[in-house]
Design a binder for this molecule. Structure first.
Ligand code: SAM
Length: 98
């Protein structure tokens, strides 16, 4: 599935990428393994317990924030602009639906 995500988003190794609602980073880690990114992939999740499981291999950068924090620009990311954003199975705040 990570390969399919990479193809669907036409990811390139030079992309500045964020996985919003990354959870444990399961998919981001695999995307990084396939992509060999030149810039760390941002693993964004509001829950510290999830981010603790994001392995710091130098290719992934954990960021504690919600999608709403990003949308409202309450959080300053390492990159001013992103080339690609993945939101996979992450619910909106106050929503019971993914
Ligand atoms: C079902 S998991 C999906 C994890 C990963 N995207 C995947 O597909 O394996 C949902 C994730 O969304 C995160 N999440 C919940 N509310 C969120 C929000 N408002 N903004 C961003 N992420 C959120 C949860 O902490 C959890 O890690």
């Amino acid at each position: 599935m990570a390969a399919q995500i990479g193809t669907a988003l036409a990811l390139r190794s030079t992309d500045r990428f964020a996985d919003v609602g990354c959870g444990t980073g399961l998919f981001t880690r695999e995307i990084a393994r396939l992509l060999l990114p030149q810039h760390p992939l941002l693993c964004v999740d509001p829950f510290a317990a999830m981010l603790k499981q994001v392995e710091d291999s130098g290719r992934l950068l954990p960021v504690q924030a919600s999608a709403e924090d990003l949308a409202a620009q309450r959080i300053k990311l390492r990159y001013a602009l992103l080339d690609a954003v993945l939101v996979k199975e992450a619910p909106a705040q106050g929503s019971s639906r993914p």
